[in-house]
Design a binder for this molecule. Structure first.
Ligand SMILES: [Zn+2]
Ligand SMILES: [Zn+2]
Ligand SMILES: [Zn+2]
Length: 664
């Protein structure tokens, strides 16, 4: 149960018999003894980590005892059994994001299909801890940092995407993956690729307020909220007489649409009592497990991390989780559920002085439903060229608009432009299907479908080969991701010190296509001339770009192809684009030394000729209203002369910890 507020449960303020509340021990007198839920599963128990790990394997408990009833009873009087492990839970947050039919298909095996997930290699050896090999020290496993949290989250999602890709290559229809996130989580846990294993009261180092997650399992691997199903995460402490528990984080999935909700207050409904769907709330909740921990926390007044579950607009069956910072329990009482059973209610208030997180989502929701916003200059700078309007905002100064340009959604090639040999697309008759090696486009991608069923890029590659206008497949083929326009509600806004910038009102999931770099393709020989003229809208694929790891770690899947992990690709041919006169939203994206967006060359056929495009994808999950940035790279001549000789470079204002000072 995760804080869904029953309509009939009226808070009974003052109904708690305060005289029965026991003396409160200061927190420092309580010694943490162990952190049950963050333990690694016993080594060697599961082959290759494909079985459920510890939190999933535990049996469910159903309360059977009879406890006193009555609205005037304080929550403490409900105390029944000592802590027995937080194993009961609902399936909330476990809605499968991909649920379509499962049929086998007799098609040629792709390279991927050689790796059978159904029959993992059975090994007598315990899983090897890869933490050290990928650069995670034992200390970093215990205590995270921003860098480590990002590293683990990227490793998680890269592995999850690859598992989706492998599954989808075996299935008839796209989107039929059975919880690739659980498999990815299980593998990372058993291989020691995780952080913040040490449970704590207060914030999880490296997880920032406002961070978003698309799976509960992502919060497990970074230690924000350890149980992957239960809404309450607890810390075991040594009390005066017996072991006790404190609540350290909760996942609240109170309905986002509830307008009356105070954004800084949560009424959280305790745990249990709704085990039987048909008989919801007919059973009284017990003061045990998570409820017992919340009860203790309501007396200790310790900080509790709150994660808000919000329905994902893109996928209504799934949720996006927002870390909303630290809260404290202000009040607790016993309410009545619809079916007549007693439920524990806890009122949590957000601690002051924290950056906004959930409130941003609420604002966006209001704006989307039509409420006015200050600073709106233009409702759509694309003039209808994009299917989703791109608004122009300035809340910073009086500048009314960027310098004039023509909005254009793709590339304009000069007439004489010819780069590759004439080329044909695929001859698929419907939509191209993962695993179908008869498809020429899939073959060009080394046999892998480059996108998952919901359009997320799986790996960075030297080139992603998409189906194009020349292909005979349906226009809705899933291999045309970068040609289908903007997917998010974007806006161009005036930044404080970096001119215009780009951001999205919608959360953006890692690997999601954002936009292409539109503009006029120019002769490479003219680049220096353009730069001298002060053209700030030149995209040049021949620059030197910071390297980063985005793809999955092949060793985690026992794949032995050392080349696969390298992401240092040479460009097959240079491409220079000027977006000064013609361009789209991409021309407004600023540089950052720690960007949240990266570019990927994408090729497809048009008029029987291959054309390369520059497509931008989310590097990690990006919360709403966050500025989108990518690495502008360094020109080769500047690079050769060294940083000190870099003329014409601009001072970088990205403010990231890794900022190298200049770019361009
Ligand atoms: Zn196709
Ligand atoms: Zn095809
Ligand atoms: Zn094709």
């Amino acid at each position: 149960m995760e804080g869904r507020i029953g309509k009939n449960s009226v808070p009974l303020h003052g109904s708690i018999d305060k005289s029965k509340i026991l003396d409160v021990k200061p927190l420092k007198s309580l010694i943490p003894i162990f952190s049950m839920s963050s333990q690694t599963p016993p080594l060697g128990q599961y082959p290759s980590g494909f079985s459920p790990f510890f939190p999933f394997g535990a049996p469910q408990q159903t309360p059977t005892e009879v406890t006193p009833n009555g609205a005037a009873t304080p929550i403490r009087a409900y105390r029944s059994t000592p802590w027995a492990g937080d194993t009961s839970s609902t399936m909330e947050g476990f809605s499968d994001q991909h649920t379509s039919g499962k049929k086998k298909r007799g098609s040629p095996k792709s390279r991927s299909a050689k790796l059978s997930l159904d029959k993992p290699k059975r090994s007598q050896e315990p899983p090897v801890d890869l933490g050290a090999l990928v650069g995670i020290s034992p200390a970093q496993k215990d205590d995270g940092s921003r860098e480590m949290v990002n590293f683990v989250l990227m490793a998680f999602d890269a592995l999850r995407r690859r598992l989706c890709q492998l599954e989808e290559a075996k299935e008839l229809s796209l989107g039929s993956v059975k919880r690739a996130d659980l498999k990815a989580c299980s593998i990372l846990m058993t291989r020691g690729i995780r952080t913040n294993m040490r449970k704590r009261v207060g914030s999880a180092p490296g997880v920032e307020i406002g961070d978003i997650f698309f799976f509960r399992t992502e919060m497990c691997v970074v230690g924000l909220h350890s149980p992957s199903m239960s809404g309450i995460d607890v810390l075991h402490i040594r009390g005066e007489f017996e072991e006790e528990t404190l609540a350290v984080s909760i996942v609240s999935s109170g309905e986002y649409d509830d307008d009356a909700e105070d954004i800084d207050v949560i009424t959280y409904t305790g745990h249990g009592g709704n085990f039987f769907k048909k008989d919801k709330h007919a059973i009284d909740q017990k003061l045990q497990r998570g409820n017992l921990a919340l009860d203790r926390s309501s007396r200790e007044l310790n900080e509790i991390r709150v994660i808000r579950g919000i329905r994902d607009a893109v996928n209504p069956n799934a949720k996006v989780y927002v870390y909303d910072g630290l809260y404290k329990i202000e009040d607790s009482w016993i309410g009545k559920a619809k079916g007549g059973g007693d439920v524990f209610k806890y009122k949590l208030a957000r601690m002051s002085g924290q950056p906004s997180a959930y409130s941003v989502w609420k604002s966006v929701q209001k704006w989307k439903s039509g409420s006015s916003r200050t600073g709106l200059i233009l409702a759509d700078i694309s003039n209808g060229a994009e299917s989703i309007p791109v608004a122009l905002f300035n809340e910073v100064d009086n500048v009314k608009a960027p310098i004039y340009f023509n909005y254009f959604h793709s590339l304009r090639h000069p007439k004489s432009f010819s780069l590759m040999q004439p080329s044909n697309g695929c001859t698929c008759t419907k939509a191209c299907v993962p695993g179908d090696l008869n498809c020429a486009c899939i073959r060009r991608n080394e046999g892998d479908f480059p996108y998952t069923g919901n359009g997320v890029l799986v790996n960075r590659m030297q080139l992603v080969h998409e189906c194009g206008p020349t292909c005979q497949c349906f226009p809705n083929c899933k291999n045309r991701v970068s040609q289908t326009g903007l997917k998010h509600q974007m806006e161009v806004f005036k930044t404080k010190d970096r001119g215009w910038g780009l951001r999205s009102l919608d959360p953006i999931r890692a690997g999601t296509f954002i936009c292409e770099y539109a503009g006029e393709v120019v002769d490479r020989a003219k680049v220096s001339e353009l730069v001298r003229e002060g053209n700030e809208y030149v995209f040049d694929t021949t620059r030197i770009y910071g390297q980063f790891k985005w793809n999955y770690e092949p060793r985690l899947l026992e794949e032995v192809n050392p080349n696969e992990s390298s992401e240092d690709y040479a460009m097959p041919y240079p491409l220079v684009i000027s977006a000064k006169s013609f361009g789209n939203v991409a021309r407004f994206m600023n540089h950052s030394c720690s960007p949240n967006v990266f570019w990927q060359p994408v090729v497809y056929e048009e008029n029987n000729q291959s054309y390369m495009h520059v497509a931008f994808f989310a590097l990690r999950h990006i919360p709403p209203m966050t500025e989108l940035t990518y690495d502008y790279g360094v020109s080769r001549s500047d690079h050769a002369e060294g940083i000190s000789a870099a003329k014409g470079r601009k001072k970088c204002l990205c403010q990231s910890l890794k900022c190298c000072g200049f770019y361009g």
